[in-house]
Design a protein around this ligand. Structure first.
Ligand code: B3K
Ligand code: ZN
Length: 890
């Protein structure tokens, strides 16, 4: 397979103005008639028409109603004898495909007894021959025909214009999309589905019909998704003045889906995981995810659908922007400043534990990549989460109103077009000509072109005589594949200064007439810059990169005392949390590096334990925030700080520190549980879910401590809680506490849980995931994962199930996965190969689990390399997996 290069972009030689698609739906053989109106692109030299098509059976091609000659070259249909000149002409193509054989879940496929499509990025070519590229935007009219009893519901994009019965028990529905769109936004659904419906009137005064379509038994689980959709619609109107542009907006849920959800115009298709929820079956995290994914896909209606990407290298144009929008939405929904900060911390945690490693590994790529072999491999945390950070920096550099104006200009300029990341930044800058963004535009755009996580080093110097504080910031960025040298980035550093007693100091820079508030943002744009603050009456503690104002690694030589001051007093909640994480990191890294046995090396000093107790017992802090502070940095995050990683040492050190926190704060955990566990009526709001999160952590710690103390009271209470819990969050927390502590009650609880929920696939996913993700004790997780692979409920072909068991073990449980006998890696390679035989996209995700192999210590390093090489040695790998393992071994 050859790589596609960004700089090779060429405008299409033809435009497709309109498409009429007719489907005769049949699982084994669906017939597709594709009638297009095309014309030559006058800006491009005359050339043959090359249409993409994959796994299609071609029956007939007509130009202007008459037969024509054609060639098949690889995956393209080539037409040379087309009318000359710029007049539109009609092209008809008849093909068939086999949806029931489509195990890749890309294109038209069957899930249960229902037809679904997934066309992004290049699935439309698996439905019909087409110019399957995002810059070809056409008007779509779709006629669906199918057996009425088996497929009573027939859906596609846009408005239903006609429907009725046909002979032989068949029926039809005709849909018309009022908006032009690229082929990746096409969708159809056909099957036995029911809808929750809602009529709304927008702020703009228009009426809309909202529908959430699910299998008949699931209707009772759609309320939260519908509420989230209504909230998202209202939010986009208020925050950005963007209204729903369709009479009807539909969400459909399927249990077979490669990812989370898809923003097809007017017909979003969702993984059931991000639609279905009741308090009995879904956790607080599920409720929050549903809100954010429903929001995300809805927000795409403007950022993605109305303005789309010129080519797939511009993917972050829609994804980074839309993640930024969904993160802002979730923060606004969370409400209080503290709840917003909790959401921000959670988002940063994802960035740092998933994107930073990606940016430091073999798959590192810029937010706007330069080349790819398989575009599906580039739906990454870099494109999404780092892309969102790059948008957030723009937002912060021009201010909230400035950004709103920038968005307005972006839509004025580009509505209805397929554009580039440059076009976006240009619009934000042009709407804010006096902003630091406009001032440093060229350099700022390096965030799009340079991969790697920049490091910012901060050095402070206090001059008591002069009452000045001088802060020197230097930046650097490590080499990444294909990019040995980097130019300086534009890095907004939001900061404040704290006095020794923790109060915020006024900030006045040299040359300024007066102090300007207690927080400001420095814009670091050179390799090294120095800032002098004046009228500083005492040696300050700097609070830097507040709110995580840029996606960088901040190095600052804080003393423990300074970090304790920040943890106790910082007015910025993010940095308050960060100070605690830095302290824990420091302790853990020293213990990991030490030659002493874990039991002696991994010890939390009394000051740290006391600080944790103060946070836990703090009268003002929110429970959700406490839960985040009291959670130690993950094994993955710890490993990222090391040059050479002994994953077992990392695991053991973290477990030892956790056990100490469980032991020494025993009375405090018991207090926290008593204070927070009482559950009234279930509500998934930020405050109540924060209380449940803290109570859950307390229970886990109390059970963990019981493991060594021999206490039977708390495990007994936990089992009781598990049995009587009124909602899934509490029930799963109790189950997780028993399983995590390896308590004897875990087994009966797991059996009972399965028995209770055996008919609910999403809950059974949790049951698998909990067991695959549990704390490893002496290598006991892998044997149980292998046993679970043989469980009658396990099915590798269902992506959710594969993720719940195989990914939870290989990608989310480093202590269990990195076995010194290499058995984890052997298992991984087997599963990648097994998945690749029928679903390359999912296989390639799993193939990423060993991205960071070259940092492992021996014997893990060699064993990992061997496992990757075994995959690479397979002759008939998919392009997807081939690209991942080739990069890993490069
Ligand atoms: N745009 C889709 C992702 C498509 C993934 C294709 N492999 C979902 C989203 O980001 O909203
Ligand atoms: Zn998206």
């Amino acid at each position: 397979a050859t790589a596609t290069q960004r700089l090779d972009y060429q405008a299409p030689a033809f435009w497709i103005d309109s498409v009429e698609l007719t489907f005769d739906l049949d699982p084994a053989k669906t017939r597709v008639l594709n009638k297009m109106r095309l014309r030559r692109n006058p800006d491009v030299a005359p050339q043959p028409l090359r249409l993409d098509g994959e796994e299609l059976n071609l029956a007939r091609v007509l130009v202007g109603g008459a037969g024509t000659s054609f060639k098949i070259e690889g995956d393209q249909l080539v037409l040379e004898n087309l009318p000359e000149g710029n007049e539109p002409f009609e092209l008809e193509i008849f093909t068939t495909c086999a949806p029931n054989k489509n195990t890749q879940l890309s294109g038209l496929y069957v899930s249960g007894d229902t037809f679904f499509t997934q066309c992004e990025a290049q699935g439309f070519r698996r439905i019909t021959y087409f110019l399957d590229r995002p810059d070809v935007m056409a008007s779509y009219q779709v006629l669906l025909r199918a057996d009425k009893a088996q497929y009573p519901v027939l859906l596609s994009n846009g408005n239903l214009v006609e429907s009725g019965d046909l002979p032989d028990g068949r029926h039809f529905a005709r849909w018309q999309d009022p908006h032009k769109k690229p082929s990746y936004l096409f969708a159809l659904v056909a099957g036995k589905l029911v809808a929750r419906e809602q009529q709304i009137t927008s702020r703009a005064g228009h009426k809309h019909l909202l529908q959430v379509w699910v299998r008949p038994g699931d209707l009772g689980k759609t309320e939260h998704a519908m509420n989230s959709l209504m909230a998202a619609i209202a939010w986009d109107e208020t925050r950005f003045g963007l209204s729903l542009d369709l009479e009807r907006f539909m969400i459909v849920a399927t249990s077979d889906f490669n990812m989370g959800a898809m923003e097809n115009k007017g017909l979003n298709i969702f993984n059931t995981k991000y639609v279905l929820a009741t308090e009995a079956t879904a956790t607080d995290a599920d409720f929050a995810n549903i809100e954010s994914v429903v929001g995300h896909e809805y927000f795409h209606n403007w950022t993605g659908d109305r303005v789309t990407c010129r080519d797939w290298f511009q993917l972050s144009l829609k994804e980074g922007l839309t993640v930024f929008r969904d993160q802002e939405f979730s923060q606004d929904m969370a409400g209080s400043p503290s709840a917003r900060a909790v959401k921000r911390i959670e988002d940063v945690r994802v960035l740092r534990t998933a994107q930073f490693p990606e940016d430091a590994g073999p798959m590192a790529h810029p937010v706007r990549p330069d080349s790819y072999v398989e575009i599906n491999n580039f739906y990454t945390v870099t494109i999404y989460e780092k892309g969102a950070e790059v948008v957030r920096m723009q937002h912060n550099l021009v201010g909230r109103d400035g950004f709103a104006n920038g968005m307005k200009l972006y839509f004025e300029r580009h509505d209805g077009h397929a554009v580039t990341c440059d076009d976006f930044v240009q619009a934000i800058a042009d709407a804010n000509p006096a902003s630091p963004l406009a001032q440093h535009l060229g350099a700022f755009k390096r965030w799009y072109s340079q991969a790697g996580t920049p490091r910012v080093h901060a050095q402070g110097q206090y001059d008591a005589a002069a009452q000045t504080y001088t802060l020197t910031l230097t930046q650097s960025c490590p080499a990444t594949p294909g990019q040995p040298d980097k130019q300086p980035f534009v890095i907004p550093v939001a900061l404040g200064l704290l006095g020794q007693d923790g109060r915020a100091l006024a900030l006045q820079l040299e040359g300024e007439d007066a102090a300007a508030g207690h927080e400001r943002t420095l814009v670091l744009h050179e390799a090294r810059q120095t800032y002098t603050f004046t009228h500083v009456a005492e040696a300050p503690v700097p609070s830097l990169l507040r709110g995580f104002s840029a996606p960088v690694i901040l190095e600052c030589d804080y003393s423990d005392a300074e970090l304790l001051t920040l943890l106790a007093h910082d007015g910025d909640a993010f940095n308050r949390w960060e100070a605690g994480q830095r302290l824990a990191l420091r302790i853990a890294l020293a213990a990991i590096a030490s030659d002493a046995p874990v039991a002696q090396a991994a010890v939390l000093p009394p000051a740290f334990v006391a600080a944790m107790r103060d946070v836990l017992r703090h009268p003002q802090l929110d429970a959700a925030f406490k839960e985040l502070v009291l959670t130690l940095p993950s094994e993955t995050y710890l490993a990222e700080q090391l040059q050479t990683v002994d994953p077992q040492r990392v695991h053991e050190v973290r477990e030892a520190l956790r056990a100490q926190l469980a032991r020494e704060l025993h009375a405090d955990w018991a207090w926290a549980w008593e204070q927070h566990h009482a559950s009234g009526a279930y509500r998934p709001d930020a405050a109540s879910s924060g209380r449940r999160a803290l109570a859950g952590l307390a229970l886990a710690m109390l059970c963990l401590d019981a493991r060594t103390s021999g206490d039977t009271l708390w495990p007994g209470k936990t089992y009781q809680r598990f049995k009587t819990a009124a909602n899934m969050t509490d029930r799963l927390a109790a189950l997780g506490a028993l399983v995590g502590a390896g308590h004897a009650l875990a087994q009966p609880a797991l059996e009972r849980f399965h028995q209770l929920f055996k008919d609910d696939a999403l809950v059974i996913d949790k049951w698998f995931a909990l067991q695959a993700g549990r704390v490893d004790r002496g290598g006991d997780v892998l044997p149980s994962v292998k046993a679970l692979m043989k469980h009658p409920d396990f099915n590798l072909k269902n992506p959710n199930r594969a993720r719940s068991l195989v990914f939870s073990y290989c990608s989310a449980n480093p202590g269990a996965f990195h076995r010194s006998d290499a058995a984890g890696y052997v298992f991984w390679a087997d599963q990648v190969l097994a998945l690749d035989a029928f679903n390359p996209q999912v296989a390639a995700r799993l193939a990423r689990a060993l991205d960071r192999w070259s940092r492992l210590a021996e014997p893990w390093r060699s064993a990992a390399r061997e496992a990757i090489a075994r995959i690479a040695a397979k002759a008939d790998l998919s392009n997807d997996v081939r690209e991942v393992v080739t990069r890993a071994l490069a």
